[in-house]
Design a binder for this molecule. Structure first.
Ligand code: GDD
Ligand code: MG
Length: 351
């Protein structure tokens, strides 16, 4: 049994002003009309082994998420939800998911953890990688999916791999170390997707982050539950969930465990983490400009421009990101698109 488990949280602050708390990154629609979240749902739901799709998300996003799924769940696959009052990071979200799957499908049932904000262009290669990962998970492994790195990105986890074996897992190294890893040719990027038996993850958490596991367990036990024929909803209580330590699965488990394995894969993976990554999905014109919406340009090159309602004019500039929305306009140097998150933080600080 395989339960694709979609994690949807995090505000996507590097995609301000389009991504906000109430309109986070997974809901951004791409040119083909589908949102990143819908693509994640389809990615899991079409796998032949998929039994149901479990989603862990914020309770404020519940109805929006259901609407999104309804549009693409033609096969009527069962959908379940674990609803969080606020984000407690991925270790807690995965702990809750693994406990729930273990309770409803047994501890041998497998979870395929998917991020709600990635793109995978080669579904067939992805399905093949999942089949390989299931064989490793069968032996109790916590399986990661390794992507050939093409730049010393510091926002990713790095996996030192030998075949399917993992020598070490290093989450978000410094720039210096990332450069070294990529140059060595021995490291893969962690895609942020994981496949494991529910019981194997619970065992690893028992060993490496028992505090997160036990705090999440009490919350799940005390959660409000509604159940129907094709769905289960569990709503976690805020007072209880506030007690759960905040950590990511990468630091809490993947860096610690000896049971981590990797399936190296070439699946057309991209993490839509920043405007420059999102812009790369749009075909460039002869000057290297990538444009969504309407723009009037004179002597402009290598810019990403997105307008929703108005015409954007630009003269004599290059390597800029310009994103216009009805209530906010972003202008940024393309090479610094990771830093857009600082604007978001400033706004939050202002309340
Ligand atoms: N439900 C829920 N609750 N989901 C969450 C929470 C939370 O508190 N926090 C994050 N998520 C979701 C995000 O929406 C995303 O889909 C996924 O979990 C991963 O979280 P990110 O915050 O995007 O992690 P990251 O990008 O810093 O790092 C991870 O992904 C990289 C690849 O994109 C790590 O796994 C890295 O090792 C990896 O390279
Ligand atoms: Mg991410």
């Amino acid at each position: 049994k395989l339960i694709p488990t979609i994690l949807c949280g995090g505000a996507g602050s590097r995609l301000w002003p389009v991504s906000r708390e109430m309109h986070p990154k997974p809901f951004i629609r791409l040119a083909d009309g589908q949102s990143l979240l819908q693509k994640a749902f389809i990615r899991g739901a079409v796998l032949p082994q998929a039994e149901e799709v479990l989603t862990v998300t914020n309770r404020e996003l519940f109805f929006k998420t259901k609407d999104e799924y309804r549009e693409v769940n033609q096969a009527g696959l069962k959908t379940s939800y674990i609803l969080e009052p606020f984000g407690r990071n991925t270790a807690a979200a995965i702990a809750a998911a693994a406990m729930h799957v273990s309770a409803t499908h047994g501890e041998d049932a497998m979870l395929l953890v998917l991020a709600a904000d990635h793109l995978i262009s080669d579904q067939q290669a992805f399905a093949d990688a999942v089949a390989k990962a299931m064989a490793l998970a069968q032996q109790g492994k916590l399986v990661t999916f390794g992507i050939q790195p093409n730049a010393p990105e510091t926002g990713y986890g790095y996996i030192e791999a030998e075949g399917n074996e993992v020598r070490r897992f290093v989450e978000k190294p410094s720039q210096e170390i990332a450069v070294e890893y990529v140059a060595s040719g021995r490291f893969l990027w962690n895609s942020g997707m994981f496949l494991f038996q529910a019981g194997a993850m619970l065992k690893a958490m028992e060993q490496h982050c028992p505090d997160i596991l036990s705090a999440t367990r009490s919350c799940l036990d005390a959660s409000r539950k509604s159940e129907g024929k094709d769905m289960i909803e569990l709503e976690l209580d805020a007072t209880c969930f506030a007690q759960v330590p905040d950590n990511s699965i990468d630091y809490a488990v993947m860096e610690q465990s000896k049971e981590v394995a990797v399936v190296p894969c070439s699946i057309g993976w991209s993490d839509i983490g920043s405007w420059s990554a999102l812009g790369d999905l749009v075909a460039p014109d002869a000057q290297g400009n990538r444009i969504e919406g309407e723009a009037l340009l004179h002597d402009v090159s290598n810019c990403y421009i997105q307008s929703s309602q108005r015409m954007i004019g630009a003269v004599g500039v290059d390597n800029l990101i310009i994103v216009d929305t009805p209530d906010a306009l972003l202008i940024a140097d393309k090479s610094r698109s990771q830093e857009v998150k600082h604007l978001y933080k400033q706004l939050q600080a202002q309340g």
